[in-house]
Design a protein around this ligand. Sequence first.
Ligand code: ATP
Ligand code: MG
Length: 275
Amino acid sequence: MNHQFGRLITITICQRKGGVGKSTATLNLSCVFAGMGYRILIVDLDDQANTSSSISNHLRGTHTIEDLLLNDSISLQEAAIRTDWDNVWMIPASRNLSGVIKHLDSEVGGHLVLKEKLAGTEFDFCFIDNSPSLNMLTINSLTAADYAFLPLSSKYFSLHGLGQTLEAFGKVQKRINPALLLAGIGFVIHDRRTALSNEVIEKVRDKYPGILFETIIGLNIKIEEASVKKQSILTYAPEDRGAEQYRQLGTELLSRIRACEDRKAEVSYGKEVVR
Ligand SMILES: Nc1ncnc2c1ncn2[C@@H]1O[C@H](COP(=O)(O)OP(=O)(O)OP(=O)(O)O)[C@@H](O)[C@H]1O
Ligand SMILES: [Mg+2]
């Protein structure tokens, strides 16, 4: 089976702040891409395991991310579990990843293990969910990724981690993974009724022009309900505004990726890049 983009494209969803919508964005964007016909792998690198448990209760008894990262003999193909969601496979998290972090910290090239595991797999896209901490697992995800998507909530305190996230992104790009690109910053929980939230969005738009996604996902109880019901908003309430916004955000993300991939292809064919 061929990759639709000629290779696996890996997107890490990270932000050095809890509760900003990382896991929810991972699930819903994966589902939007899966709905477009792409084969999706979700990797859950957060030992809160919110993403894994929002897909299914039945992912236990199989390999977890811990098994995959600690054992050379387990391949990603073996560890990936087909979920009940069409076109979506998953490597679930385990409840305590501190042992894995310790192991990777002391391993030569420990930051490269996830990248090695992803090589040669047949998915079109891999979405990686991260914990809010910055640890060796986050570094593994930035090292393995082609693109980083940085979700934010428009609550003022949500901005606190953004500087650190961008700093980590910059260091990995400079020192380890020069091919890593910033797909963009996306507000995925926005309460438009409060003036402060609207100010937060304007502040980010001014500071990072062109990086912020146009689509903003509103605060929406249906999105939260969908996770509780082990569904994406697209299947739980396909006609809801939240589903429409996630479809729009996914389309925007895909078109940014497509534009970057086309530019890379032009460079590799020796054509001049027109910006
Ligand atoms: N647009 C939205 N509207 C309302 N609730 C949302 C929305 N997006 C996410 N949520 C809810 O907000 C909470 C936090 O979201 P989520 O778990 O995705 O954040 P996170 O960044 O992954 O958190 P953590 O850092 O703890 O892993 C969850 O209860 C989720 O269902
Ligand atoms: Mg999470």
